[in-house]
Ligand binder design. Structure first.
Ligand code: HEM
Length: 359
């Protein structure tokens, strides 16, 4: 790359003139400027800058994921970029603490001049939600809080493949689950049956338990058996999916389970890392929703928000309703101890990299 003759100046490179003159407190227009409004603006602006960076990473991950087949080098870059998103989230989640140095009374000095503007209208935040895979309906895109241009933009984004959909398609293509003389499904199912039978036997023969305690534990054990049943019964699983109890397809769920169970195999380590990062992103977003909701309660109590929602109550409900990779968390229900895990056939072990030449 050739260096340009004109020496670059720090402030020009970063466009600081524009950036540092972009804070315009509203309160000053109506009388005395509220001291804390600057903090309120700077905090929101830094969030938006980090949202921009998150979208930059997310778009590249979506682009990398769109390739079929997906080779390992791409998967490595995907894992690195997802990790970067998590690190950014850790930083922005901390920022709420800075804003909480503003007291509710200080906030009231300028709150009314903000109406009807609200974080509700953060286009980048909604885009992150949609690109990750939150459904159109849940992301409130059609609620008409946006200006027509932003609403049209988000409606368009909602139609594009999300990370959730791409991950699901990638998982569904996972090889190794069925090969000549081997079916992960059958061998896993036998191992689960053995584990559940042995657990039931332990309860039945435990001399320390009273008859009543035994009955209680057997009932609990039966409910564990039922949760496995939904995994083994394709029809039941689809029923759950239609009811919205699970989102990930049955095939993708099995592949994710295979990756979790055999993640020590060299070829599965990267897929495992990717799945873990997706859970981290979901977890950090959930932490943000929770901290933001608490901050809102601290600032507003039960008052409604400037954007017209019920405020804290609305935000509290989004904490559990707006999960994206919830199914990956719930996979732990189906994990079985390593000691009970069926061995993989030799040919598969070779494919998964256990027998690679060491020189
Ligand atoms: C004093 C500080 C804050 C208060 C009192 C506050 C209040 C609220 C309220 C009440 C809502 C619900 C919508 C409404 O009725 O307006 C909301 C939504 C939202 N706020 Fe804040 N907020 C604050 C700071 C922030 C910050 C720093 C950000 C960072 C960008 C932010 C981003 C958002 C987003 C993205 C939503 C939409 C959440 C969703 O619908 O799931 N807020 N805020």
């Amino acid at each position: 790359m050739n260096k340009l003759t004109k020496p670059l100046y720090y402030a020009d490179y970063l466009n600081l003139d524009l950036l540092l003159n972009a804070q315009m407190p509203e309160s000053g227009k109506y009388g005395q400027e509220a001291h804390d409004e600057m903090l309120f603006i700077v905090t929101h602006q830094t969030y938006e800058l980090w949202f921009k960076q998150i979208l930059h990473e997310l778009m590249s991950v979506l682009e990398l994921f769109s390739a079929t087949p997906l080779d390992e080098r791409r998967l490595h870059i995907i894992a690195v970029r997802l990790d970067r998103i998590v690190r950014i989230q850790l930083v922005i989640n901390q920022q709420i603490g800075i804003l909480e140095t503003m007291t509710p009374l200080d906030f009231l000095d300028f709150r009314n001049v903000l109406i009807p503007a609200s974080g509700f209208q953060s286009r980048q935040f909604r885009e992150i939600e949609l690109r990750l895979g939150l459904s159109h309906h849940l992301s409130n895109v059609s609620f008409g809080r946006f200006n027509p241009e932003d609403a049209a933009y988000l409606e368009r984004i909602a139609e594009e493949p999300s990370l959730f959909e791409q991950v699901e398609a990638w998982l569904s293509r996972t090889p190794f689950l069925e090969s000549e003389g081997y079916s992960f499904w059958n061998s896993y199912r036998r191992a689960v049956d053995r584990m559940l039978d042995s657990d039931a036997e332990i309860i039945r023969t435990n001399p320390l338990l009273s008859e009543k305690e035994k009955q209680q534990q057997i009932a609990e054990h039966e409910s564990t058996r039922q949760s496995f049943a939904s995994l083994f019964d394709h029809q039941l699983y689809e029923q759950y999916r239609q009811q919205g109890r699970v989102q990930l397809s049955h095939k993708a769920t099995l592949a994710a389970l295979f990756i979790q169970l055999y993640r020590d195999a060299p070829l599965l380590q990267l897929p495992f890392r990717v799945l873990t990062r997706l859970m981290d992103i979901d977890e950090q977003l959930t932490h943000w929703r929770s901290s933001h909701a608490l901050m809102v309660q601290r600032m507003l109590g039960t008052k409604i928000g400037t954007g017209g929602s019920s405020g804290h109550d609305y935000l509290k409900a989004t904490i559990s309703a707006k999960r994206i990779f919830n199914d990956l968390f719930n996979l732990s229900t189906y994990l079985i101890p390593r000691s009970l895990l069926p061995d993989l056939p030799e040919s598969l072990l070779r494919d998964l990299g256990f027998y690679r030449d060491r020189h």
